[in-house]
Design a protein around this ligand. Structure first.
Ligand code: JFZ
Length: 430
C-alpha cells in the first residue's frame, strides 16, 4: 500500500535540515524553577493556583542571559534549541495578549521567549518553542485524573469542562501569536495527548492548517496525537496533517530506531534529561556522565535519530553548573568528532559488539565503546575498506594488523571516534 505519500513527501522535505543537525538543546524553564522540585510540582503536590501565584509574584530571574545559554549550546555542538513558551502550569514566558499570566507581568518585565529567540538566532542556531496543550491554570481546561497522568484535580477550584471550546480558542490564539509575532520558527513542540484528549479534541486539523499557513516550513512533533510513549499515525504509512513531522520518544532510545509499517525510517528525536528531571530540581544531583551523553547521541544517530538534550535553568535564569560541565565535555568531544554526527545516519551494517557505527556516504564511523580491547572485529567489511583514520587527529589506523581481515579497497573510509579518549574528569560529588 502506498499510503499518504504527499504528506510523507512534505515531511521528508521539511525535515531535511533536522536530520542533518542531529543534536539540539531542550530548555524547561518557568515558575517551577523557584520551588525547584520539578516542572510537575503544582500537580504532584496539589498546589492551588492561589498558592502557586506566590512564585509568579516572586519571579525575578536577574541573571537570565540567553546569549550565555546559546553559547553553551553552540559550544556543545548543538544546532537548535527548544524553549518552553508555556508548560503545563500555564505560565507564559512570552507577552501574550490573551492572558495576564505571563513573564512581562512579573518583576522580570521581560519577554523571555523573544530574548531567547534573538540570542539563539544570533549564534546561528535554529529555534523552536514548546507549547503545552495541557493547562492547569486556565479555568476552561478540564481537570482530569488518571493514574498514569495525575492531572491537577483540585476540588475547590472552578472548572468548566463544558466550556472547553473557550480553552481551544485561547490555545489556538496563543499559537497564532507565537507564529505571527516572533519571526521564523523552526520547530513547534506540542505536549501532549492522553486518553481521549487526542487529535481533533485539540481541533488539530484546524490548528495545523493555521500553522502551515503562517509558517509552512516549521516542523511539528507528534504529540497532538500521542504522549511521550510513542504512537499515533506518524508510525503508519498513512499519516494525517497533524500526525507530526517527527516522533518524540521520551527518555528512551528506541531499540531499532523508528520505522513505519513498511520499514521506512521516520524522523525521530529522543528527548532526554541530564539528571532525572526536566525542570530545575535542586536536590537532583544524579547527572549522567559525559561519556553516557556522548554515547546516547551516537546511539540516536546510529539509528537515524536526533537527540534533544534537556537543561533546566534555575530561578535566577542560569543553567546549573553541573549541566554546563557536561555540555562542555560533550562539546570537547564534538570539536574533534562531530563529522561522525552531523549529516550522518544509520550504517548499512548491523551493530558491532564493540560499539556502534554511524555513516555518511562512503565514510563509515566506528564508535568504540569497549575499553582496552586490542582489536575490533570488522565483520562484513572485508574487502570494502580503503583506509582507516582516527577521526580526532587524522592519524593512520592500521587495518592489516591487528585487524588482519581487512584489505584496502576503493570508496570506503573508516574513521574511529572514541568517546573514552576525550572524557572529562567529573567533580567529586559524583
Ligand atoms: C511531558 C511533560 O509532562 C514533561 O513535563 C516534559 O515536558 C516532557 C518533555 O513531556 O512528559 C510526558 C508526556 C507524555 C508522556 C510521558 C511524559 N506519556 O504519554 O507517556
Amino acid at each position: 500500500m502506498m499510503g499518504n505519500s504527499s504528506i510523507i513527501n512534505e515531511r521528508t522535505e521539511r525535515t531535511q535540515w533536522f536530520l542533518q543537525d542531529r543534536f539540539g538543546m531542550f530548555i524547561h524553564w518557568g515558575l517551577y524553577a523557584i520551588p525547584a522540585r520539578g516542572e510537575w510540582v503544582q500537580s504532584v503536590e496539589r498546589i492551588s493556583n492561589e498558592d502557586y501565584k506566590t512564585y509568579f509574584d516572586e519571579f525575578d530571574p536577574i541573571r537570565y542571559d540567553p546569549s550565555a545559554w546559546a553559547r553553551a549550546a553552540k559550544q556543545a555542538g548543538m544546532k537548535y534549541a527548544v524553549l518552553t513558551a508555556k508548560h503545563h502550569d500555564g505560565f507564559c514566558l512570552f507577552d501574550s495578549a490573551l492572558t495576564d499570566y505571563k513573564s512581562t507581568n512579573t518583576r522580570a518585565r521581560r519577554d523571555l521567549v523573544w530574548e531567547f529567540l534573538e540570542a539563539f538566532r544570533a549564534e546561528g542556531l535554529k529555534v523552536g518553542l514548546y507549547y503545552s496543550l495541557v493547562d492547569w491554570h486556565h479555568e476552561d481546561y478540564p481537570a482530569f485524573r488518571d493514574n498514569h497522568h495525575p492531572m491537577r484535580d483540585n476540588e475547590n477550584e472552578k472548572r468548566n469542562p463544558e466550556t472547553f471550546s473557550q480553552y481551544l480558542s485561547y490555545m489556538h490564539g496563543q499559537v497564532r501569536e507565537l507564529l505571527t509575532n516572533y519571526g521564523k520558527l523552526d520547530i513547534m513542540w506540542f505536549d501532549f495527548s492522553y486518553g481521549e484528549m487526542v487529535g481533533e479534541k485539540w481541533k488539530a486539523t484546524e490548528l495545523m492548517a493555521m500553522i502551515r499557513s503562517l509558517q509552512p516550513h516549521i516542523i511539528v512533533d507528534n504529540r497532538l496525537e500521542s504522549g511521550g510513549e510513542g504512537g499515533g499515525s506518524i508510525y503508519t504509512n498513512n499519516p494525517l496533517s497533524y500526525s507530526g513531522d517527527f516522533a518524540s520518544p521520551e527518555q528512551i532510545i528506541p531499540p531499532h530506531g523508528v520505522k513505519d509499517q513498511d520499514g521506512n525510517s521516520i524522523p525521530w528525536e529522543a528527548n532526554i534529561t541530564l539528571n532525572n528531571n526536566w525542570g530545575y530540581t535542586a536536590h537532583d544531583l544524579q547527572y549522567k556522565s559525559i561519556t553516557t551523553v556522548i554515547r546516547k547521541l551516537v546511539e540516536c544517530v546510529s539509528k537515524n535519530g536526533n537527540l534533544l538534550l534537556n537543561v533546566g535553568p534555575n530561578a535566577m535564569g542560569e543553567i546549573p553548573r553541573d549541566s554546563l560541565d557536561i555540555l562542555a565535555g560533550v562539546g570537547n568531544w564534538m570539536a574533534q568528532n562531530s563529522a561522525s554526527i552531523y549529516e550522518c545516519g544509520q550504517a548499512d551494517l548491523s551493530k558491532p559488539e564493540w560499539g556502534r557505527y554511524t555513516q555518511k556516504g562512503n565514510r563509515l564511523y566506528a564508535h568504540i565503546f569497549e575499553e582496552n580491547i586490542g582489536s575490533i572485529n570488522l565483520n562484513g567489511l572485508a574487502g570494502r575498506i580503503k583506509k582507516a583514520r582516527l577521526l580526532a587527529d587524522g592519524s593512520e589506523v592500521f587495518l592489516n594488523r591487528p585487524w588482519n581481515a581487512i584489505l584496502f579497497m576503493e570508496d570506503a573510509f573508516l574513521s574511529f571516534a572514541k568517546p573514552e579518549a576525550l572524557t572529562y574528569p567529573l567533580p567529586d560529588k559524583r
